[in-house]
Design a protein around this ligand. Structure first.
Ligand SMILES: *[C@@H]1O[C@H](CO)[C@@H](O)[C@H](O)[C@H]1NC(C)=O
Ligand SMILES: *[C@@H]1O[C@H](CO)[C@@H](O)[C@H](O)[C@H]1NC(C)=O
Ligand SMILES: *[C@@H]1O[C@H](CO)[C@@H](O)[C@H](O)[C@H]1NC(C)=O
Ligand SMILES: *[C@@H]1O[C@H](CO)[C@@H](O)[C@H](O)[C@H]1NC(C)=O
Ligand SMILES: *[C@@H]1O[C@H](CO)[C@@H](O)[C@H](O)[C@H]1NC(C)=O
Ligand SMILES: *[C@@H]1O[C@H](CO)[C@@H](O)[C@H](O)[C@H]1NC(C)=O
Ligand SMILES: *[C@@H]1O[C@H](CO)[C@@H](O)[C@H](O)[C@H]1NC(C)=O
Length: 410
């Protein structure tokens, strides 16, 4: 199904233009009637016309960033998931996909998010072998932001839109990629997203891995301990520690040695927002490479694309869950401002079930170690007991605890 034709043509003997015509489809994953066939053209002209989107190849070349490389298990083809905020002009069937930040306070969102006009937040799937662009997910912001209580799983306005290109499009370094509606269609993949529900809440799990920001070439440790029974979450990024309970969270910053309490977002606000109100299923990906992680043993994951809106602001994300256990194993975050090397990534190379009431209590530095409270129970409240049996898992936890304490006292 390779419909791409390359035509070189001369216009008035002035411009030599390369038109690459290609077929594709476009749809909003949550709106079955939105499916249209598209015609894809390479052009030097960025004038918008009705029912077309225009991307700049230069921006695609300059502004996209790769945190994740994956293999599609149905075809064994390897793709780079290139994330970006791009300037994209136009609409199709009045679907304006520009990203708008939600107002401060929406689902606990912190102030500070802003996006330039005509910006799409995208994940581009580029084949590692032929360097062709096969599809694009566009993250929808949900504007005009209905009340949270009226949001329904897998229903608009959040979720994603998708462009799929038959046979792929060869990447260019200049000019524009113009995607125009050709005809309404019913050929888009089954959009029954309820067949792929993101576990809600995610199963209690514990992960050890990295947090990295490509722009700063910065990679540090990250820990994620989620105990849903006790409504406790410990999440760290290097020397910043977040301790959530059911009423709020402590944030401890090692460099300033300060611990601050905030009731603005609690355990549920932080963890329960990873759900199908905001995220769409994007398929099974076998992750073969992560930026910031030396060697990745291939991991079968399910990928979810959309928004996470929580204590730290709004995070357009690709979220990963382990295909076998459902554990949360990481996310790639997009920044809403066009720039090179955007985003950040969490990836848990080791993960396991959380031992209820035990994994949290064994973690150091805890809220007492860093001086947030004088007794652990001031933060945990009454905690449901786990059985205290030493396993190899516990020994690993203790080793990590020692590692962190070393840094803490050093
Ligand atoms: C469109 O093309 C014009 C002329 O080449 C250029 O000045 C302008 O910045 C372009 N606009 C976008 C949004 O790419
Ligand atoms: C993908 O690779 C696996 C393992 O090498 C193989 O069993 C399978 O047939 C391959 N699938 C395709 C579509 O090539
Ligand atoms: C962005 O769009 C708004 C509304 O259309 C317009 O008022 C504003 O001038 C635009 N800003 C820029 C920088 O183009
Ligand atoms: C558009 O779709 C309709 C219904 O499927 C079909 O009859 C018509 O020929 C199509 N037109 C084009 C230009 O493909
Ligand atoms: C969608 O998937 C769910 C879960 O697998 C199933 O119960 C439901 O019947 C499906 N709906 C349609 C319209 O196929
Ligand atoms: C993911 O899990 C499903 C259900 O257990 C299984 O059928 C499938 O083969 C798994 N995918 C991969 C890539 O391991
Ligand atoms: C959560 O921690 C805060 C601060 O220590 C405390 O005031 C609150 O009572 C704790 N919540 C529960 C349910 O224990």
């Amino acid at each position: 199904m390779l419909f791409c034709i390359v035509i070189a043509s001369t216009f008035f003997n002035i411009f030599l233009l390369n038109f690459v015509n290609c077929d594709g489809i476009f749809y909003l994953q949550r709106v079955p009637s939105s499916c249209v066939q598209t015609t894809v053209t390479m052009t030097e002209d960025n004038t918008t016309t009705t029912n077309c989107f225009i991307f700049s190849w230069q921006q695609i070349a300059d502004l996209t960033t790769i945190y994740t490389t994956y293999q599609d298990p149905t075809t064994n083809q390897t793709f780079y998931a290139r994330i970006a905020a791009l300037t994209v002009l136009g609409t199709i069937d009045n679907h304006d996909l520009d990203y708008h930040c939600p107002p401060s306070g929406y689902n606990g969102v912190a102030p500070g998010c802003s996006t330039p006009n005509n910006t799409h937040l995208v994940v581009l799937h580029i084949n590692a072998l032929d360097n062709k662009l096969y599809s694009i997910n566009v993250i929808l912001s949900g504007t005009p932001f209905p009340s949270l209580s009226s949001l329904v799983n897998n229903q608009p306005p959040f979720g994603t839109a998708r462009h799929v290109f038959d046979g792929g499009i060869s990447s260019q370094s200049t000019g524009y990629l113009k995607i125009c509606k050709r005809n309404s269609s019913t050929q888009c993949p089954n959009t029954n997203t309820s067949a792929h529900a993101l576990p809600y809440p995610l199963p209690s799990n514990t992960g050890y891995g990295i947090f990295g920001i490509k722009m700063y070439n910065f990679v540090t440790n990250s820990v994620w301990i989620m105990d849903d029974v006790n409504q406790i979450l410990i999440c760290t990024a290097g020397t910043t520690y977040y301790y959530f309970n059911s009423t709020g969270f402590f944030i401890y910053d090692y460099s300033s040695n300060t611990c601050t309490w905030s009731p603005a977002c609690n355990y549920q606000c932080e963890v329960y927002n990873y759900n199908s109100r905001f995220l769409d299923y994007a398929g099974e990906w076998v992750i073969t490479k992560k930026w910031g992680v030396g060697d990745v043993k291939p991991v079968a994951a399910q990928a979810w694309i959309g928004n996470a809106i929580d204590a730290a602001g709004i995070f357009p994300v690709i979220l990963y869950t382990d295909n076998a256990t459902g554990h949360y194993i990481g996310l790639d975050k997009l920044d809403p401002i066009p720039m090179s090397n955007m985003g950040a990534s969490y990836w848990y190379t080791a993960h396991d079930d959380t031992i209820v009431g035990e994994s949290v209590l064994k973690y150091h530095p805890n809220v007492v170690d860093v001086g947030c409270v004088s007794q652990l129970s001031d933060w945990t409240g009454p905690i449901s007991d786990g059985e205290m049996i030493m396993t190899s898992k516990d020994i690993r936890l203790i080793l990590w605890a020692t590692f962190f304490l070393y840094f803490f006292v050093a």
